[in-house]
Design a protein around this ligand. Structure first.
Ligand code: NAD
Length: 349
């Protein structure tokens, strides 16, 4: 049996990846380690929780004894590391939590893997990261795997630190690593503090739609299951020591994206065209806001034959439909502590 330690499997991307691996690889054992912070939700995984090749353990990636205990118990062949603090705005108000989880947590996993994998043949430590480590682009150009790191938020700086540690463990200790840096994901199960589900949820509730600054910030968006497919491919066929950029070739200005979501939601909710656009409300900009991200994913396409399969218009519509069909999920995750965070966060411009 091939045993994989998958961290952060109860989060947004982890949910899709766990489901994919559990269903497609019955010969693997997928051990999902997740601390179940505000961003982790086990109900996402209800349809695989009883699968014979799936195990859930609640715990912290910073806990060395816990990780060593899991290596003793399962003799892992691979680690797929997603657990992180992932929201830029939260990193601005609490950078330490990002350094602790993203840098120290990753370092802890690397140390335990290194100590346990005396023979590194057929072993693999796969670290999942973001395009935000590359900094901000002007009107033109793309991030490639050769682009120099220039992180500009505490979140991206903490991810950059973890990426560099992972690569350093390959160069210094020969740990068999692979890294990928992906653009913004969207789809079902994303916590509604992130742009797309936040807008969908607020449109649904007739609440103001907070758009930062002038709304002209540009991001590349990728359907989350396309990311999970890329991770599956890179885990199995990516070259040891290499980095792969993953992107959707789907750049949008925030305001255009919000307009599109308003129009789709008007249609789905049976509202007159233009109704939801009236909820748009420009708010004080995020400090240090990166202007534009765009990914060149040619290496992944050429070497591993990966391409995004879901067309963005379809993906965004499917996402809006999913949230409308899962209002119980939305209600559950947006109550309590989240509500307080939300109310204190967005200030009028
Ligand atoms: P998420 O915030 O939805 O999920 C993170 C998960 O990690 C949660 O389930 C949380 O409970 C868990 N976690 C947090 N701290 C932990 C700790 N100390 N120990 C164990 N578990 C802990 O994040 P996501 O959007 O699914 O992102 C997953 C990974 O992908 C992250 O590493 C992120 O940097 C990266 N990434 C995300 C995107 C994106 O658009 N969402 C894009 C590129 C890369």
């Amino acid at each position: 049996m091939h045993n994989i330690l998958l961290t952060g499997g109860a989060g947004f991307i982890g949910t899709h990846l766990v489901k994919r691996l559990v269903k497609n690889y019955p010969q693997y054992r997928i051990v999902n380690l997740d601390l179940l912070t505000y961003a982790g939700n086990l109900t996402n995984l209800a349809d695989v929780e009883n699968a014979p090749n799936y195990v859930f353990r609640k715990g912290d990636i910073r806990d060395q004894d816990l990780i060593q205990g899991l290596f003793d118990e399962f003799q892992f062949d691979g680690v797929i590391h997603l657990a992180a603090e992932s929201h830029v705005d939260r990193s601005i108000s609490n950078p330490l939590a990002f350094v602790e989880t993203n840098i120290l947590g990753t370092l802890n996993l690397l140390n335990v893997a290194k100590a346990n994998w005396k023979d590194t043949s057929n072993k693999r430590f796969y670290h999942i990261s973001t395009d935000e480590v590359y900094g901000s682009l002007g009107e033109t150009g793309f991030f490639t795997e050769e682009t120099a790191y220039d992180p500009r938020s505490p979140y991206s700086a903490s991810k950059a630190g973890s990426d560099m540690l992972v690569r350093a463990y390959h160069h210094t200790y020969g740990l068999p690593i692979v890294v990928s840096n992906c653009s913004n994901n969207y789809g079902p199960y994303q916590f509604p503090e992130k742009l797309i589900p936040l807008m969908i949820n607020n449109i649904r509730n007739n609440q103001p739609l907070p758009v930062y600054g002038d709304g002209l910030y540009t991001r590349d968006w990728l359907w989350v299951e396309d990311h999970a497919a890329a991770i599956d491919l890179i885990y199995h066929r990516g070259k040891i020591g290499e980095t792969y950029n993953i992107g959707g070739n789907n750049e949008r200005r925030n305001i255009d994206l919000v307009h599109y979501l308003c129009d789709v939601m008007d249609e789905l909710l049976g509202r007159s065209p233009g109704t939801s656009r009236q909820l748009i409300h420009f708010v004080k900009d995020r400090p240090g806001h990166d202007r534009r991200y765009a990914i060149d994913a040619t290496k992944l396409k050429n070497e591993l034959n990966w391409e995004p399969l879901v067309n963005p218009e379809d993906g965004l519509r499917r996402t809006a439909q999913w949230y409308l069909e899962h209002t119980d999920w939305l209600e559950a995750v947006t109550s309590g502590a989240y509500q307080k965070y939300y109310e204190s966060h967005y200030q009028d411009r």
